[in-house]
Ligand binder design. Structure first.
Ligand SMILES: *Cc1c(COP(=O)(O)O)cnc(C)c1O
Length: 463
């Protein structure tokens, strides 16, 4: 060991000395002596490594207390950071899909902080069922006879298939063998549920007779899957819900539709592209419809199966239901969200998803104009900062081809060798509340559709 290093090692303070520092003592009060000494020891270890490898004391040597406080704060910080979603995708799966209504938040915090009648009926000593109150609400909203709630729509489809068709055949159109990001692929879910997929028709055209010809004594279910993240255009044909329901009745086979996003209100009424609604299919005679809770519905991550009592009862009894059932926080958030649908007039103001989807392009433009000037003043030396028209997406496999006219603040680099867009995006990602935009056509776009608090955004962007 060189002599110079020996003198550095001697400068390392002892744990006892460090424990006398006032900010270290404050941390002992907060997080206990054990946490503090463990972390001081590991800092000593780091300091020794630094001396050994670089021949110098660590940069924080002159303030061990501050470094420890910094480590402590980092430990307290959540890995689930709040961000500004300015990507232009309203239901962004990687950013947690739907942002919830205030009433859903209140409901969740209430059921977290006190015992609740999750499976307890107050009208006697009988045990209640956790899905019952929500099922009643869902029946009222969709005309279903009964409902079942699980953790997400993928679980709903798995449970539905396992209950109705394990060891037997399920007939699906070749045009509807959907993959929904990640690992949800209709053929794979079928095999996980122990069903045999029978593909009928072609990619672009499937007729009723295709389903009919495939029916045999092993057939358990006729199924449709909503092509929620792509569309087949041109020379196409598909069998609609009413036709499939009728075929099912004729052969005494159940019918099901995996609807995915499944809106509970007519999106057309809000000037939005029309999305199929569960009650339409149920009214056509389809036995079971499954939807997600956190897509257009605007609630928590959940899967909802709606339909005939006879099938829902069988689904509720399947052993997989126990593994897939929703917890009290999900149920509370979903209940509060669905209650908003009882008063459709209030939906747009109460439900963030619908508020953002229906936000008028002119309103977005006005907001862009308000924040443009300070942004130009701050970034103008390095970037051209402008307002440009853009197209928001609904996202999460809802209404795949439709776009909503919107406005963005765009940033393009002034000179080739100055700050790059990648550096700018990186800088914003490192902010206390990261700003997530979209890189496109050599510019960084901040679509303001989902921005509610421009004051906080400016605070982040102007620092
Ligand atoms: C989104 C979607 C799913 C998966 O739903 P999750 O709630 O994300 O599990 C399944 N099927 C369709 C048609 C979908 O659109």
């Amino acid at each position: 060991m060189p002599d110079s290093n020996a003198s550095l090692y001697r400068q390392l303070p002892s744990i006892d000395k460090l424990l006398q520092l006032s900010d270290v003592q404050a941390l002992v009060e907060k997080s206990g002596l054990h946490w503090v000494t463990e972390n001081l020891r590991s800092m000593q270890e780091q300091a020794r490594e630094c001396i050994q490898q670089q021949g110098s004391l660590p940069s924080w040597h002159d303030n061990w207390g501050a470094k420890l406080v910094q480590n402590h704060d980092a430990m307290q910080e959540s890995a689930l950071k709040s961000v500004f979603n300015l990507t232009g995708t309203v239901l962004h799966t990687n950013l947690g899909r739907a942002v919830m209504a205030q009433s859903a938040m209140t409901a969740v915090s209430r059921v977290m902080s006190s015992p609740v009648t999750l499976e307890y009926s107050l009208d006697g000593a009988t045990r209640g069922h956790r899905d019952r109150p929500l099922a009643d609400l869902l029946c009222q909203l969709t005309g279903a006879e009964d409902a079942c709630i699980v953790n997400n729509n993928a679980a709903a489809v798995l449970l539905l298939l396992a209950t109705l068709a394990q060891g037997r055949q399920v007939i699906v159109s070749r045009g509807e063998l959907v993959e929904i990001g990640g690992a949800f692929r209709v053929p794979d879910v079928m095999s996980q549920a122990g069903c045999q997929l029978v593909e009928v028709g072609t990619t672009n055209r499937t007729h009723l007779r295709d389903y009919e010809h495939a029916i045999n004594e092993n057939t358990a279910l006729l199924m449709k899957v909503h092509t929620s993240n792509y569309s087949i255009e041109g020379f196409t044909a598909e069998v609609d819900g009413a036709q499939l329901a009728q075929l099912g009745q004729q052969y005494q086979l159940p019918t099901a539709i995996d609807l995915g996003s499944g809106s509970m209100v007519d999106m057309g009424k809000y000037g939005l592209p029309v999305e199929p609604m569960p009650h339409t299919y149920l009214a056509q005679g389809i036995d079971l419809v499954s939807i997600s809770g956190d897509k257009l519905l605007g609630g928590p991550q959940a899967g909802i199966i709606l339909g005939k009592k006879k099938w829902i009862e069988a689904i509720q009894k399947h052993p997989l239901k126990r593994a897939l059932r929703a917890d009290k926080m999900t149920l509370a958030a979903l209940e509060a969200t669905l209650q908003l649908y009882l008063t459709p007039e209030k939906l747009v103001s109460e439900l963030p998803t619908l508020r953002w989807l229906t936000r008028d392009a002119e309103e977005i433009k006005t907001r862009a104009e308000r924040i443009l000037v300070p942004l130009q003043a701050f970034y103008g030396d390095n970037f051209i900062v402008e307002i440009e028209q853009c197209q928001s997406q609904i996202g999460s496999g809802s209404l795949p081809v439709d776009r909503l006219p919107s406005y963005a603040i765009t940033f393009s680099p002034l000179e080739k060798h100055g700050y790059s867009l990648a550096q700018l995006a990186e800088h914003w990602r490192q902010s206390p509340q990261p700003v997530i935009g979209r890189l496109k056509e050599g510019k960084l776009w901040l679509d303001l559709r989902c921005l509610d608090d421009e004051h906080s955004l400016l605070q982040v962007l102007l620092s």
